[in-house]
Design a protein around this ligand. Sequence first.
Ligand SMILES: Nc1ncnc2c1ncn2[C@@H]1O[C@H](COP(=O)(O)OP(=O)(O)O)[C@@H](O)[C@H]1O
Ligand SMILES: O=C(O)[C@H](O)[C@@H](O)[C@H](O)[C@H](O)COP(=O)(O)O
Length: 213
Amino acid sequence: MRQASHSDCHRPAGGLETGFRKRQGAATTTEGLLRDDRTIYVVENDPERSLVKTLVVIGPSGCGKTTIGTRAAEIAGVPFFEGDAYHSEAAVEKMSEGGALTNEERLPWIARIGKAIAAEAPDKAVLACSALNLTIRAALRTALPGEIGFVLLDVPPEELRRRLTQRQHHFAGAAMLESQIAAMDKMTDVDRVDGTKPPKAVAKRVARLVDDL
Ligand SMILES: Nc1ncnc2c1ncn2[C@@H]1O[C@H](COP(=O)(O)OP(=O)(O)O)[C@@H](O)[C@H]1O
Ligand SMILES: O=C(O)[C@H](O)[C@@H](O)[C@H](O)[C@H](O)COP(=O)(O)O
């Protein structure tokens, strides 16, 4: 297995097109059609690109997506993508003030992530991305049409709160936590790993899921 180096953490170069738009009417065969309440969204799906296999490390702020995703990617020898690096400035500003994103605000972000992974990952990737509800996981499945797995790092709210109160230099603080927990669905379509265990142990379990993709 190749060892992942620091440069394997992928961040956007800038200028990526979103590949996302709101529309009415039917989707073509190269598009994924997503419905969220009364709105229809389209995340474009480019049939020409390689089918990267992606393990998405998911869960609310503070559950350990970045910490565990980075280590798991290193163990598995695949590049790591930091989902938070693909937010728009407006989204970061909103979250810095404790505001919660809507699905409509999240979808262009997901499209940017999908394009980056499709363009930059050779065959497999680990992605850190909250993916709190089915609409967003469906968008990821559409934006990344290769095999995709989701693993939730299970951490109780009081531990999340403790971690976020201590974490520094990040736009998402404890103020966002309640809205994140409220936005989470039952997550019946994902794997779960106990995220309260030491990072090394959690990362090993997640790396095994990357190998199994
Ligand atoms: N398994 C763990 N045990 C204890 N602390 C952890 C664990 N995983 C992450 N942390 C700590 O919790 C905080 C949030 O982790 P981070 O990876 O930034 O979470 P997320 O990316 O999900 O927001 C960080 O300070 C990190 O060091
Ligand atoms: O790592 C974190 O602290 C969080 O995940 C945080 O960065 C934020 O929650 C999402 O990137 C925004 O998206 P959601 O509103 O979908 O969680």
